[in-house]
Design a binder for this molecule. Sequence first.
Ligand code: LMG
Ligand code: NDP
Ligand code: PMR
Length: 400
Amino acid sequence: MALQAASSLLPSTVSIRKEGYKFNAYLKETTLTGFSFSNHLKAEKISNLLTIKRRQSPRFSTVIRAQTVTATPPSNEASPEQKKTQRKGTAVITGASSGLGLATAKALADTGKWHVIMACRNFLKAEKAAKSVGMSKEDYTVMHLDLASLESVKQFVDSFRRTERPLDVLVCNAAVYQPTAKEPSFTAEGFELSVGTNHLGHFLLSRLLLDDLKQSDYPSKRMIIVGSITGNTNTLAGNVPPKANLGDLRGLASGLNGQNSSMIDGGEYDGAKAYKDSKVCNMLTMQELHRRYHEETGVTFASLYPGCIATTGLFREHVPLFRLLFPPFQKYITKGYVSEEEAGKRLAQVVSDPSLGKSGVYWSWNNNSSSFENQLSKEASDAEKAKKLWEVSEKLVGLA
Ligand code: LMG
Ligand code: NDP
Ligand code: PMR
């Protein structure tokens, strides 16, 4: 259904040109693990289904096929383990002052089972935001965190520890997106801002807080790093230029400070690409954390694509025409749109739903809001690249 709607609205060939790139995609019926694609579409959302399989010869032509899907219906029932828990869980959410972070904070607070630490760069904005969505004082604490400063990350960790609250879940959610910037801007330590904030700030934060998570006696301790479809080149959305590509990480290894390059792959600055690259880093980091620490610590590491939340502040720097057209485009054409509230419920599931406790998973949701384990692109699941990214990032943030 969704595909039919989309294919009747979209031309069967989508062409996008940018700086010499040309991208063509066409929709093709196929089968999905024995189910017919058209039947399956009754329950599935096009954004979650479309995977691009590169053809051998035409460089820019792609065939879209359905992904393998294991649907898990959302569960509201507490497991026996959860019932044992007396105390409220404590979840730290970065960037909880707007969009997905705020909606997740609200969804968790509404359950009465969570105290949310809203880790935000703008204290007043966060306070106002919490009030505006009707969160009660006892359900949240706003604490200062500017991910564009490694000093601030360290100070946040110190202040959090001084509260003497346990850490049960960490949600690395904050992000910046600078699609129209002509020149790069930089973090306090001189890293390109998108990768510096979205990846390096969170990388240091998650490494420092891992010990705190380890010490928690909560039944299900989790660390979640928000990913995105746009960093995954096995999807249609991930093939809209400029595409994510970390290359051999030469730009990152040389400091990402604009002297050699401000891009991870060492190329020319492109703000939209820098954001998508940062999302690949987020998804790679989650998997590397899983490989290194899941067994030892019992912490569940997860990432997710919550759906296209086309109305959030993420697009604040995009041109006004884009901001106007993007929500209806996602709502009526791609059908990938989700409201902030729905996206917040999805992330809240990854925080606390017993059925989403598996580690190393990149979660996505179907049309009927059932979660499933999604497949990452080749690059976003490249274990060697994840290891290299880990090692280079450690050096940059001063951990090695
Ligand atoms: C690029 O800019 C930068 O160039 C690049 O460097 C990078 O930063 C990148 O990833 C970020 O962004 C984006 C640029 C290109 O968008 C804009 O500059 C503003 C948006 C302009 C939108 C195009 C206007 C054309 C309107 C004519 C409508 C054509 C109809 C086509 C659909 C057929 C339907 C029958 O923009 C794009 O790449 C596309 C932007 C995608 C979002 C908007 C899509 C427009 C579709 C219009 C639908 C309107 C809503 C319909 C409601 C429908 C009802 C049933
Ligand atoms: P918003 O812009 O609404 O939220 C981003 C949050 O990050 C804001 O609270 C912002 O703070 C905060 N932030 C930005 N820079 C910093 C910093 N230096 N230090 C601390 N906090 C910072 O966007 P979304 O809610 O859409 O984005 C949330 C997450 O969802 C991101 O990881 C994004 O990549 C991801 N995502 C979003 C999708 C979408 O369609 N919107 C789709 C897929 C993934 P402030 O309020 O002060 O600006
Ligand atoms: Mg995309 C199934 C189709 C689909 C989905 C789910 C998204 C999600 N987008 C899709 C398709 C398309 N987008 C198509 C066909 C086009 C060309 C018209 C298109 C364009 C487009 C632009 C210009 N889309 C965008 C942009 C942005 O600037 C956003 C971006 O890339 O930010 C990095 C964006 C997004 N599209 C999405 C999602 C979720 C985004 C937001 C980015 C993110 O959070 O990762």
